[in-house]
Design a protein around this ligand. Structure first.
Ligand SMILES: [Zn+2]
Length: 457
């Protein structure tokens, strides 16, 4: 499939007069050594110890104890805060230190899955960027449950659901505390998920009300299991990324999902990201949903196979079958690969230039087999188009899942800002591929790091 576009381009054999192409500029990198090193520092031992510690709190149910020093949501929140504060304190003083905050919100005022009104905590860790224009959010949920969602005292270990996601965020805070990135990364450890997504709704509404410049949201919920109960299918090298279809095939969350897939193919090539063109699974939801509903670009990362003998179960043995979400059922090497995919994706997003805006097909009304794409250039600190940023044109046949470079072979694969732009101030590129046969997008590239693609409308 990857040869389709170059072949077509060769067949068309158009020589493109493109004065704005600059052969000296770097194109998109295969890998960045800083990201490679960060990804390789994900520690399976650490991940195991986080999950053992989290299971040790007996339950993390949203209405469980907030005062018991060793059991319940309060103890789990204290643990998350303490770990993240340690990493923040040991972060290099040359960069802004991560900020660890406990946030309270009220649940139960409208009944639902609550038997009382309560103020419950969740945790926000902000890893400030060095020159931030946007924020990348990672979510996982602290709370756990058994069969009876109202039972706040039974043993509810939640090793996979969602100890796996929490372990991902903890490793992310640990590793990114030591690496300066341009954009800000926020790790949101939410509660209330099992009671109706209340904690993530609270954060999403806060983000909207406070105008957080959110670029992307990755919710990690159940990323450590590889067995499918009932069918005994095992998938150790596949992970799903769910993206919604509210805005059609080319919704923002689809661009984010494809971006994660591309990052995984470069930094964790043994793990396949399967794009799932749904918001979530049948009869299930997750913390990405309230971010989507509040207009943010959000996806869910989730294991490919689900084990219904583990999640939302009472820990027990019945008719010879063991039930319960215990650490011994987590596939740790698989979980580590999924954590690596998160870290690679977040770092790439945080190193990339801003996404191009105003991307459109400039000759949409012309019967022309060339497609002219135009867009607004990324503006630099001096208020002028940033000449350190180049642009890559992407294309996709209408039934294909992945973007491919649309630049003719033999020419530079990114377009540079020319010395003088047309009066419109827009960048323009004429591509020898028909707008009738392809979707087009543009992404900004700086130092080999690509932004999220912006689709030509
Ligand atoms: Zn969950």
């Amino acid at each position: 499939m990857k040869t389709v576009v170059p072949l077509i381009v060769l067949t068309v054999a158009i020589t493109l007069a493109s004065p704005s192409c600059d052969k000296g500029k770097p194109s998109v990198r295969d890998t960045d050594p800083v990201i490679v090193e960060a990804v390789s520092s994900v520690s399976e031992d650490n991940v195991r110890s986080y999950i053992d510690d989290l299971v040790g709190f007996h339950t993390r149910h949203t209405l469980s104890s907030q005062t018991d020093p060793s059991k319940g949501l309060g103890a789990a929140v204290d643990y998350l805060v303490k770990r993240c504060e340690e990493w923040s304190a040991s972060a290099p003083s040359s960069r802004p230190r991560p900020i660890v905050e406990t946030v309270l919100y009220t649940v139960g005022e409208n009944g639902g899955r609550y038997d009382r009104v309560a103020s419950v905590p969740e945790v926000m860790v902000t890893i400030p960027g060095t020159d931030p224009k946007s924020e990348i959010l990672l979510l996982a949920h602290i709370d756990t449950r058994v069969i009876n969602v109202m039972d706040s005292t039974a043993f509810a270990p939640g090793a996979d659901d969602d100890g796996s996601g929490l372990a991902c965020l903890l490793e992310t805070v640990r590793i990114l505390s030591g690496i300066p990135l341009k954009e800000t990364v926020k790790c949101l450890f939410v509660s209330g998920e099992e009671q109706g997504l209340d904690g993530s709704r609270h954060f999403a509404e806060m983000a909207k009300a406070e105008g957080w410049p959110v670029l992307a949201v990755l919710s990690n919920d159940m990323i450590g299991n590889t067995r499918a109960s009932g069918t005994e299918l095992h998938e150790e090298y596949k992970v799903r990324v769910f993206s919604e279809s509210a805005n059609g095939e080319d919704s923002d969350s689809r661009q984010l999902a494809r971006y994660i897939k591309e990052a995984a193919s470069k930094y964790v090539p043994e793990q396949e990201v399967v794009l799932n063109y749904r918001s979530d699974r049948y009869r299930r939801g997750g913390d990405q949903l309230y971010f989507q509903r509040n207009g943010f670009n959000a996806v869910r990362v989730c294991e490919y196979c689900e084990d219904y003998e583990r999640t939302h179960q009472d820990v027990r043995t019945e008719n010879g079958t063991d039930y319960g979400d215990l650490a011994k059922y987590v596939d740790f090497p698989y979980l580590v690969r999924n954590i690596k995919i998160n870290i690679a994706s977040v770092m790439l997003l945080a190193m990339a230039p801003s996404r191009p805006s105003g991307v459109r097909i400039a000759n949409a009304n012309d019967l022309d087999n060339n497609t002219v794409i135009s867009w607004k250039p990324v503006i630099g600190k001096d208020g002028l188009p940033d000449k350190n940023v180049t642009y890559q044109i992407l294309c996709r046949e209408t039934d294909r899942p992945d973007w491919l470079p649309a630049m003719p072979m033999g020419l530079p694969d990114t377009v540079s800002v020319p010395d003088s732009l047309p009066e419109s101030g827009n960048m323009e590129y004429s591509c020898p591929l028909s707008k009738d046969n392809y979707y087009f997008a543009v992404r900004a590239v700086s130092d080999g790091h690509p932004s999220l693609p912006a689709v030509a409308r």
